[in-house]
Design a binder for this molecule. Structure first.
Ligand code: PA5
Length: 424
């Protein structure tokens, strides 16, 4: 399903020599006894997920899909990046999507928040507020505004139009949702934000967008089974996990996730969070950065080709795009573009990719990892996300890091709360 192609010329060590280290990481993950093991519920989630809740997600998702003009997904970090990445990857940026989906609660930008509040005036809105802790400030600010908006414009309908996705038992949002009688979904105790795409956190917005979440879950299930082998040569997730460490050992301190589709830009944001928050601690880790080509070849391409040799590229190559079209001929050919007449635009994109990889690897001396995915379907998305979860867990364990916490994120909050005068 997924193939990982390594640029062997730039790998200074044989990845198969890391089998012992991978075995250890594999066991820690699958036996749930490594660092942060309380948060490894995602490993078997494609079979252990709550079937009753899953049926409710589909029901409520359908209701939102059919009735909302605008669906506001209110959350930050792991509480929104997965859903947004899925929706844009699977539907593109300008599909005739209904309802319109707006992601809020992920910023303090007063302009963004004010403009969204004006934009929804007069429209039928549904809101999904998503927060595991239930206290995240960005999310709480936007949610209070939306709550008041719904109560004012849809009197008596708040319990229908507002859905809360939060901890099963505790937290401010849980208490508020109970009191207001909102429909509730659960962020499982044993799954952290950035590993939560296959829970209600990701699935409800994805279902509301009209995407087939059965297919997505099937992809995650097949990935869980296919990628459960411990041998590096049989497991593409482990090949990727080890190749990162080998490239780091040879002096590469940044990894650029590259895709060739603007609909994948948010997947890159999700990927950056997954690897950055999981790995960047104790003074260790590879800096995750991203670019969308060929767009960014006209901004970042120069640095990659000839700048400081600090990075390697991980390129996502998707076989079949969501849509394609044939480039037309023109009788006058004033733009001299007839040499491409009759070719598909995706073919041009693929040629750009081949030429760029060749330029970066062979002339620019930039190592490359190629991840090949057959198509842009819900099944493939589910498969790919599980692939990244697993690769991330293993590559972090190889560094002796807990991949499932994010203690460093608290520091800015402490300072901000002091400045905001938040009561203890
Ligand atoms: O991956 C994570 O755990 C974080 O990115 C959280 O998802 C993010 O900080 C939001 O937290 P919460 O869901 O508690 O509002």
């Amino acid at each position: 399903m997924i193939k990982v192609r390594l640029d062997k010329a730039h790998l200074e060590e044989n990845i198969l020599d890391y089998q012992e280290s991978v075995d250890k990481a594999h066991n820690w993950l699958h036996e749930h006894n490594g660092k942060g093991s309380d948060f490894t519920g995602w490993v078997e989630w494609p079979v252990t997920y709550d079937k009753e809740e899953y049926a409710r997600i589909k029901e409520v998702g359908k209701e939102i899909h059919e009735n909302a003009d605008v669906f506001l997904v209110c959350g930050i970090g792991g509480s929104y990046l997965g859903a947004r990445s899925a929706i844009e990857f699977l539907q593109g940026l300008y599909s005739d999507r209904k309802p319109e989906i707006i992601f809020v609660g992920n910023t303090f930008s007063s302009t963004y928040i004010s403009q969204v509040m004006k934009h929804i005036e007069g429209k039928s809105v549904y809101v999904d507020v998503i927060s595991k802790s239930g206290t995240t400030t960005e999310t709480s600010i936007s949610f209070r505004l939306l709550k008041q908006y719904v109560e004012k414009h849809f009197p008596g309908e708040a319990s229908k139009r507002i859905i809360a996705t939060t901890d099963k038992h505790k937290g401010t949002l849980k208490a508020l949702a109970d009191k207001e009688g909102y429909r509730e979904f659960v962020v499982p105790d044993n799954i952290g934000g950035r590993y939560s795409v296959f829970t209600a956190v990701g699935l409800l917005p994805i279902a509301a967008a009209g995407i087939d979440i059965d297919e997505l879950m099937k992809g995650s299930f097949d990935a869980m089974n296919d990628l459960s082998v411990r041998e590096i040569d049989k497991n593409p997730a482990y090949q990727y996990a080890v190749a990162r460490r080998v490239l780091e050992n040879s002096g590469k301190c940044a990894e650029m996730f590259v895709s060739y589709d603007l609909g994948t830009t948010m997947m890159a944001e999700w990927w950056k969070q997954l690897f950055g928050e999981s790995e960047g601690k104790e003074g260790k880790g590879i800096l995750p950065v991203s670019a969308t080509f060929s767009t960014d070849l006209h901004s970042m391409g120069q640095f990659i080709q000839q700048g400081r040799k600090l990075l390697f590229e991980t390129v996502l190559c998707v076989g079949k795009p969501i849509e394609d079209m044939v480039f037309p001929g023109d009788e006058e050919n004033l733009d001299n573009m007839n040499y491409l007449a009759g070719k598909s635009i995706d073919w041009v994109n693929k040629m750009a990719m081949e030429g760029t990889i060749d330029a970066h690897v062979n002339t620019g001396n930039v190592p490359n990892i190629l991840i090949e995915l057959p198509d842009q379907t819900a099944y493939s998305y589910g498969y790919l996300i599980y692939f990244f979860f697993l690769a991330c867990g293993v590559t972090c364990y190889m560094l002796d890091i807990n991949p499932f916490n994010q203690p460093g994120v608290e520091v800015y909050k402490k300072n901000m709360f002091a400045l905001l005068g938040k009561p203890e």
